[in-house]
Design a protein around this ligand. Structure first.
Ligand code: DGL
Length: 313
């Protein structure tokens, strides 16, 4: 018997339709999308649900929590061998990491998107969907991280990031990092969580303003990820304010706006151990934010949060 795969549709360009000015994400139903790829029936038995129909710029913590709980309960049932989630590409890496760190099953989970709307001449959604369903139906992908599918490729969530805002092959890949938080033994139990701690991102640049960080502090945020320059460095006034934030009980994670290389406590210019910062390792700022929100559901202890960023439960 063919494997049984459940498809959860959330929107994105894969469900987009052309408009006069460009296109609108999240316009086509999952029935319509699936009917364009009859070959899927030869790979798996499928059922599906329309979870939401949005551009992924509108993904948020509330949807992530609900989606994670839904996928977890589907995969805990004997009925399903894997799950495919259609998703916009803008924030696909964040949703993938969230699910990777919160789903308790080893069965394959694949997020799939497209860079051209469903009615474009060069629509890439159908071929990606085929690769995604094949990936979710393949037992060789059991135990792997949550996967992302774009450009007819499958990439693991800790490595994949959106590198291109236009081209069809829009996902880049950082080299695997054995120190990064991944693997099915690492994760969080969010089944009883209804809201997540508040974590913001502050971008670094020459002459950076302290206003964004101060605003997060004034609003009582639990944590901030600094998307620093180079190896996680900051314009001095921002760093001094971050030191003050730590003294006031905020968790500060240092990451980098560079796509490659990461930020580590040893060998850099900032003394994390003395100043109470956490280094993001190879996680980019948006993935580090997801991890910090999840870590803060368990602890506010900086040492324990450092361990989470090294993949230690
Ligand atoms: N707004 C975007 C999103 O849903 C469209 C980009 C895409 O899906 O590729 O993420």
């Amino acid at each position: 018997m063919l494997p049984k795969i459940h498809i959860i549709a959330t929107g994105g360009t894969i469900a987009g339709k052309s408009s006069e000015k460009g296109y609108v994400a999240g316009k086509t139903s999952i029935e319509e999308i699936l009917s364009a790829v009859p070959e899927l029936k030869e790979i798996a038995r499928l059922d599906f649900e329309q979870f939401c129909n949005i551009g992924s710029q509108d993904m948020d913590e509330t949807i992530w929590l609900a989606l994670s709980k839904r996928v977890d309960s589907l995969l805990l049932s004997e009925e399903y061998d894997g799950v495919v989630i259609t998703h916009g590409t803008d924030t696909m890496e964040e949703t993938a990491c969230f699910l990777n760190w919160t789903i308790h099953s080893a069965k394959p989970v694949v997020l799939v998107g497209s860079m051209r709307p469903s009615d474009a001449l060069d629509a890439d959604g159908p071929a990606n969907l085929l690769v995604a369903v094949r990936g979710a139906a393949d037992v060789k992908n059991a135990g792997k991280e949550v996967l992302l599918c774009l450009g007819k490729k499958l990439l693991e969530s800790s490595e994949a990031f959106k590198k291109d805002s236009h081209e069809i092959d829009a996902l880049g890949c950082v080299p695997p990092d054995f120190r990064a938080p991944h693997g099915k033994n690492f994760g969080f139990d969010i089944r009883n969580e209804n809201v997540l701690p508040r974590v913001g991102i502050v971008y670094g640049y020459g002459g950076a303003s302290t206003i964004p960080l101060q605003a997060f502090m004034d609003a009582g945020y639990d944590g901030v990820v600094l998307a620093g320059v180079g190896g996680g460095n900051f314009y001095s006034p921002v760093q001094r304010l971050a030191e003050k934030a730590v003294r006031m009980g905020m968790l500060i994670v240092r990451s980098t706006r560079c796509p490659y290389g990461g930020v580590y406590t040893l060998g850099g210019e900032v003394d994390d151990l003395k100043l109470g910062f956490v280094a993001a390792g190879s996680l980019n700022p948006q993935k580090a934010r997801v991890l910090l929100m999840l870590a803060l559901t368990e602890t506010r202890d900086v040492e324990k949060i450092r361990l989470k960023f090294q993949g230690v439960n």
